[in-house]
Design a protein around this ligand. Structure first.
Ligand code: DLL
Length: 424
């Protein structure tokens, strides 16, 4: 179902006009209200030709948010703020984001569109197992579901046996959480001896962390659902910046009437061509409290401008391959945890839990892939290492650890751990 056909299937020439109008609005709004933007944007008066100069505006990064912590980029008087959230970043100072009433309505709107694209219908029920709190996942999905006319079970993350009980008792058609938590829920369901046929689930709305096609197939099978990928980040709004449609499950539609998309080469900063992987750069087109102009997300994607079978006319971004700052360098070769996942999970004898551990001495670090085997299975670790080497071009030892050893995630999974010896 398309929630807002007028916007979501808009002719691209008209969309471009709308983006031009909204970019102008954003630029003026930000320049007049935030000294940071006043310094970096050209003076007003050149609005009619915004696309001629917009691509010369300097990029922003998370560091700009940190430098202006907590509210230096706020573009509205404090009393107009209706909500704060904070990014989940583990490094350095957190970054705080703010929303006006209008911003919250826009956010609910894009999440409503997302849930409809995922295949959910008004009148159905969503069990929302994203964490509620400063993280945008819980409240973001919640508001959007209500906007679409869905009843919400605000389960939040954790208490996994209770999650299973709620799935059985309240019969939701949808489950939203991180893919790693969905896996843990599926595992708990099996451990509790629950017959999957008793569930009413048909849709999984999974995101907030990188995951692979192999993981999708596993989750779909184990939960008896169709799973789609939802993307977003607190700096831009939260979940609902982009989502896959249930029809194609092939790339995430960006809601381009609210978010302007660019992809750049993270080294040269030159624009990437369609299909080329680069860093996603986003500009908000209607946000009042904290507009973001040319924000470098750190997320690596490619853009697909081809029409989609679902009828939406927006461009699609690929799954996030990884973040520029999550890239692992193993003996000079760049690899992302999600690429390792994609290869590993092709092995049916493994559970889908895995972890990557840096071991050895810091002068000669070694990345070990830890996996768990299915009960009584004896996966061939040498063959897995070989497959990883063939696909990723680097040798990674694979170690099978006892079932239950790898920590289960209730939110964003921690894929990489450091066990290097500290002695010199
Ligand atoms: O994770 C918002 C969100 C909540 C998205 C629920 C989807 C579902 P942050 O905590 O600010 O916001 O983290 C944003 O998470 O820059 C990506 O690196 C990563 N991320 C988000 N969605 C995906 C996804 C939320 N579908 C950061 N695939 C982003 C891969 C994702 N990575």
């Amino acid at each position: 179902m398309i929630w807002d056909p007028g916007m979501e299937t808009m002719d691209r020439a008209r969309l471009r006009e709308l983006q031009q109008t909204r970019l102008n609005w954003t630029v003026n709004w930000a320049r007049e209200r935030v000294p940071f933007y006043e310094k970096r944007l050209p003076p007003s008066g050149r609005d009619h030709a915004i696309f001629e100069w917009f691509h010369d505006v300097p990029f922003m990064t998370k560091q700009d948010l940190r430098d202006h912590y907590p509210l230096g980029l706020l573009a509205v008087p404090r009393r107009e703020v209706r909500r704060f959230h904070a990014s989940s970043g583990t490094r350095g100072k957190p970054t705080v984001v703010a929303y006006t009433e209008h911003d919250l309505a826009m956010w609910a709107e894009v999440v409503a569109r997302s849930l409809a694209a995922a295949g959910m219908q008004p009148g159905e029920t969503l069990q929302n197992a994203y964490g509620y709190g400063l993280f945008t996942g819980g409240l973001g999905l919640h508001m959007g579901a209500e906007r679409l006319g869905i009843s919400v079970i605000p389960a939040s993350g954790g208490q996994t046996e209770r999650q299973v009980q709620l799935l059985l008792d309240l019969e939701p058609e949808g489950l939203s959480c991180t893919p790693s938590y969905a896996l843990y829920i599926a595992e708990t369901l099996e451990q509790m001896g629950v017959d999957r046929q008793k569930l009413h689930l048909k849709t999984g709305i999974f995101g907030a962390e990188p995951w692979s096609e192999s993981m999708r197939r596993r989750l779909e099978e184990r939960l008896g659902i169709r799973a789609v990928d939802i993307y977003g980040l607190s700096e831009i709004t939260g979940p609902g910046v982009a989502i896959e449609c249930a029809e194609a499950q092939n790339g995430l539609h960006v809601f381009e009437d609210y978010f302007y998309v660019e992809v750049i080469n993270p080294k040269t900063l030159a624009p990437a061509v369609p299909g080329e992987v680069g860093e996603l750069v986003l500009t908000t087109l209607s946000k009042e409290a904290m507009p973001m102009i040319r924000y470098r997300t750190g997320d690596l994607v490619s853009v697909n401008p081809d029409p989609c079978v679902c009828g939406r006319t927006s461009v699609r971004i690929s799954r996030v391959h990884g973040r520029t700052d999550d890239m692992l360098i193993v003996r000079g070769v760049n690899v992302f945890p999600s690429e390792i996942e994609r290869v590993l999970l092709q092995e049916p004898l493994l559970t889908a839990h895995y972890q990557l551990a840096w071991e050895g001495h810091p002068s000669r670090p070694e990345l070990v892939v830890e996996v768990e085997a299915q009960p009584a299975a004896r996966p061939d670790t040498a063959a897995m290492s070989h497959r990883l080497r063939e696909t990723l071009g680097v040798h990674l030892p694979v170690r099978v650890v006892p079932e239950g050893t790898i920590p289960r995630s209730q939110g964003k999974a921690v894929r990489v751990v450091n066990r290097m010896s500290q002695d010199r």
